[in-house]
Design a protein around this ligand. Structure first.
Ligand SMILES: C[S@@+](CC[C@H](N)C(=O)[O-])C[C@H]1O[C@@H](n2cnc3c(N)ncnc32)[C@H](O)[C@@H]1O
Length: 228
């Protein structure tokens, strides 16, 4: 697989976003009623520093962004290490698993308005507040839809962070769908490799075993480097 240089691939991604009407200026999106709130899960994990310090990903795709905490952490590391790139956030902003809907405190964060989540406004508010609007872009769609769209535009990523659906089938589908979009030598990593999320662990273990890949990680995150 011949891969174009990172800045060429970045330009290709920006062109794709323009083509589909998603060259977003976050400062122009209203986020009235939302105060900055960077609640998330594990965005301070050292794995982010490891990936951005050592591999300098220019095109990073995040599956599952919620309020933007992990994307904003990665954008901050891009700034720190002088990486000119984009974190492409893929999320429906509709909530991922039954506990987000069943547990009242979680459901509150979906900010239901007339029976429909409005939490995308929280993501926007946080991007505006942290000043990373130039480093972040979003695709409001399912991960499966995004995999097809990005493949159709021949987008190739340096890194893919997986934190969307956590059932075994969902994680397996996200890994399988985005692995072909990752450049050789690129990094795929993800959240919740813990006993609390056995489906995630099973999907990651199976993919690594079936493909003879070395699995690394921290206490809660997993990481696989695609062979060159
Ligand atoms: C655990 S949260 C992400 C947390 C975020 N990475 C952080 O650290 O702050 C999971 C997110 O994935 C999204 N999600 C779940 N399944 C999805 C799917 N199939 N397609 C797109 N988004 C999905 C949900 O809407 C939710 O915002």
């Amino acid at each position: 697989m011949t891969v174009a240089p990172p800045l060429e691939r970045l330009a290709q991604l920006k062109a794709m976003l323009r083509d589909i009407g998603m060259d977003t200026d976050y400062s122009a999106i209203p986020a009235d009623g939302f105060e900055p709130d960077l609640q998330g899960w594990g965005d301070q994990d050292p794995i982010f520093d490891y990936v951005f310090r050592h591999f300098h990903p220019v095109v990073t795709i995040e599956l599952g962004s919620w309020k933007g905490a992990s994307a904003i952490r990665m954008a901050g590391l891009m700034q720190e290490f002088g990486i000119p790139g984009i974190i492409l956030c893929i999320d429906t902003w509709l909530g991922s698993n039954e506990s987000l809907w069943r547990v009242a405190a979680n459901r509150e964060m979906l900010r239901l308005q007339h029976g429909y989540p409005s939490m995308f406004g929280q993501f926007v508010r946080n991007v505006q507040h942290t000043g990373h609007g130039d480093r972040i872009r979003h695709l409001p769609m399912t991960t499966g839809c995004a995999a097809g769209l990005l493949a159709a535009f021949n987008i190739v990523a340096d890194a893919v962070y997986i934190d969307a659906g956590h059932d075994e089938a969902e994680v397996a589908a996200d890994i399988a769908g985005f692995w072909p979009l990752l450049k050789p030598g690129g990094i795929m990593f993800g959240d919740d490799y813990t006993t609390e999320w056995p489906g995630t662990v099973r999907a990651v273990n199976r993919f690594a075993a079936d493909n003879g890949l070395k699995l690394m990680g921290t206490e809660v995150k997993w990481l696989i480097r695609k062979p060159e």
